[in-house]
Design a protein around this ligand. Sequence first.
Ligand SMILES: Nc1nc2c(c(=O)[nH]1)N[C@H]1C(S)=C(S)[C@@H](COP(=O)(O)OP(=O)(O)OC[C@H]3O[C@@H](n4cnc5c(=O)[nH]c(N)nc54)[C@H](O)[C@@H]3O)O[C@H]1N2
Ligand SMILES: Nc1nc2c(c(=O)[nH]1)N[C@H]1C(S)=C(S)[C@@H](COP(=O)(O)OP(=O)(O)OC[C@H]3O[C@@H](n4cnc5c(=O)[nH]c(N)nc54)[C@H](O)[C@@H]3O)O[C@H]1N2
Ligand SMILES: [Mo]
Length: 767
Amino acid sequence: MSKKNKLNLAENPDHFTGLTTGKPANKAAGLKAVKNSLKIISAEVGLVKGISVLNQLNQKGGIDCPGCAWPDPDDERSKLGEYCENGVKAIAEEIGKHALDAAFFAEHSVYELSQLTDYEIGKKGRIAQPMYLAPSASHYSPISWDKALGKIADNLHKLNSPDEAIFYTSGRTSNEAAFLYQLFVRAYGTNNLPDCSNMCHESSGKALSQTLGIGKGSVTLKDFEKAELVLIMGQNPGTNHPRMLNALQKAKRNGAIIISINPLKEAGLMAYNNPQEVGTVFGASTSLSDHYMQIRINGDMALIQALNLLLYRHEKNNPNTVFDHKFINEKTEGFESYLQHLDQLSLDDLIAQTGLSKDSIETVAQVLSNKKRIIACWAMGLTQHKNAVDTIKEVVNLLLLKGSIGKAGAGTCPVRGHSNVQGDRTMGIHEAPSEKLLDSIEQVFHFKPPRKHGFDVVNAIKAMYERKAKVFFAMGGNFLSATPDTLYTAEALSNCDLTVHVSTKLNRSHLIHGKEAIILPCLARTDKDIQNGSEQFVSVENSMGVVHSSKGSLPPISQDLKSEVDIVCSLAQQCHLSADIPWQDYTNNYDLIRDKIEATIPGFDNYNERVRQPSGFYLPNGARNNNYKTSTNKAQFSVAKAEAIKLEAQEYLMMTIRSHDQFNTTIYGLDDRYRGVYNERRVIMMNKKDMALEGLQHLDVVDLYNYTDGQKRVAKNFIVVSYDIPSRCVATYFPEANVLVPISSVAKVSNTPASKSVIIELKKVRG
Ligand SMILES: Nc1nc2c(c(=O)[nH]1)N[C@H]1C(S)=C(S)[C@@H](COP(=O)(O)OP(=O)(O)OC[C@H]3O[C@@H](n4cnc5c(=O)[nH]c(N)nc54)[C@H](O)[C@@H]3O)O[C@H]1N2
Ligand SMILES: Nc1nc2c(c(=O)[nH]1)N[C@H]1C(S)=C(S)[C@@H](COP(=O)(O)OP(=O)(O)OC[C@H]3O[C@@H](n4cnc5c(=O)[nH]c(N)nc54)[C@H](O)[C@@H]3O)O[C@H]1N2
Ligand SMILES: [Mo]
């Protein structure tokens, strides 16, 4: 048996799904998005049921969309629907009718299922009962909740140290479940709490807490109405945060300038046709970006530094007109050393790194010179690079020079991914918890939490690979498909004694498993959660630090599902931990959990009362109020050198991105409508000139290679799509290309996999 088969990983398929390509769109949303939403929801659950759920989505007191973390308006919500096309897809996937029960798993072996694509696996449906895979068994078989939890508890007890267990979290888990989960894990004795944030905005968190004293963004939705200029870097909101386009439209209508920095001309950054206004006087599309900087992958740090250098020159020529000296003097530190650093830089060298023209950079610097209220937005295009933390600090330098933080219409906006990823971190899901949090846990719960920091995602994979960790437990997510270096990670998971997943839907992580494996099916956001005879609700925190409730309303797909809260509490009880914590009371009444969150975590005063307010409440945010909680109580300028990634003649820099039809590893469909790529995901977008150099034609098939650390990584059979992308840069979809992302290629300081700067070579397979 080949190594790949032993790991249950399909050889890269050479059957394609039928690619067609068209012209990329130059505007997002509009009627097509509305039509598409209705089509999706009708197909999955029927129009009537679908619409009734959608009407509750993101409404006050309704269901928080399980898609992205973009906030809801504080005041009036749209009666026509406060959701987007991709929210509809998320809901359709979650409430789809297919229930996977014992009969399904008896019919299909693990190996058979593992040979399907992520798309095909996801379409199988929701898991309907707890399932168990015995050592060497070919099929999952049913198991009772008691037995399943008992097995997990036994395995945890058997370990030489609690640090041999790993407890992952994806970002959908509610505040209540996340708080209890970290409490359970720490009462058990470890800080091994890696989470999806480690692969996502960890770089933002690190950069922002060092410079501004808070790892979260500072702006609110209202700030977009007051901004004079919005920068959008490394983000594709038309697909990944469609409701952000409403905020951008408002900004634009109030006169803001929008500058987009992205290697691709993303439809959602160019223009927006608000579906809410279709057929109204506002029906025409709003053009969004005034300046589009089609930057080379990873050229951002050099670009921002070049802009700061040009601003400095403007300031020298026209003193006191460009920089906000009052703000700089009163609120910041490191200004002089930053200027000295700028003085030593070569503008031409910086510009060369960006691939942009000097003219375009000078024009944008001129625009920035005159603006005082700037919002900087960014997402994975900045965070998933080796120099991500420094790049984001450079963005902070720009805001500090302009005094564009801590006031209305200005500030930082790292746009979060999963709907509660920010809340999970606030609740203590963190492998490197603060002493303050641990002290607080100790005081409230009367046990000594471990102080030694645990494994983040990358270190957790290495620990399992090296057999230093033996039990892997995941609260949601799809660890195998989301993480880098797929074969390495597969081997790591296969090395475990036990892998456990608390999941809604079937995914690849259930099929690449330890010696034994367990799937625990849980309620999803849309499901009604009744405990001890009374209906419960949960709460979440959005990308702008607003905490609010979410209450599901649908009957669960099976009677055998438990809430995540119930699962954590039941497991904790089976583990007979020495800490005396009333787990059963928490399951029976989620208000009691919120009382403990209030006692443990700052900012949650009167949690139970305030979470019942229709729009929830804002958590305290120093940077928003011009109050920087760094070690010196000042915002920090940072000095770092921008260095280009060097490519050999045959090498390309690859970013792994999302299509319009996926939520991370959940593949809704095979189209990437805005980019004009239909019915195929194994594609590589490439510049025409590079194709000519390589002797490639549109639709040729290539194999992709990465050789980092002397290891050969291969992704076979990708179709070349000629695309408007800077030279030497290519794009593929995640997770298909994760096999090429080296485990050792991570961002400095944040340890985030550098999945947007993968060095690859390509070889033509056939024309
Ligand atoms: N529908 C839908 N919504 C989602 C998700 C989803 O998968 N589907 N995922 C959620 C999650 S967890 C997250 S984190 C967010 C992700 O949201 P995004 O960060 O928007 O997602 P990506 O597709 O990774 O897109 C990165 C963007 O950055 C650009 N980019 C890549 N490299 C660079 C670079 O070096 N410099 C610059 N300037 N740009 C670059 C790409 O061209 C692309 O436009 O979305 C969340 N929302
Ligand atoms: N190459 C590359 N890799 C990447 C990225 C990239 O841009 N490029 N992006 C990274 C980013 S930003 C992120 S956030 C990660 C995402 O990593 P993950 O969060 O681990 O992955 P998801 O695909 O979001 O997880 C989907 C699974 O979560 C489960 N699920 C869904 N809803 C619920 C729920 O309510 N409760 C529970 N318990 N389970 C649920 C379902 O079983 C579903 O199959 O991937 C990262 N990986
Ligand atoms: Mo993310």
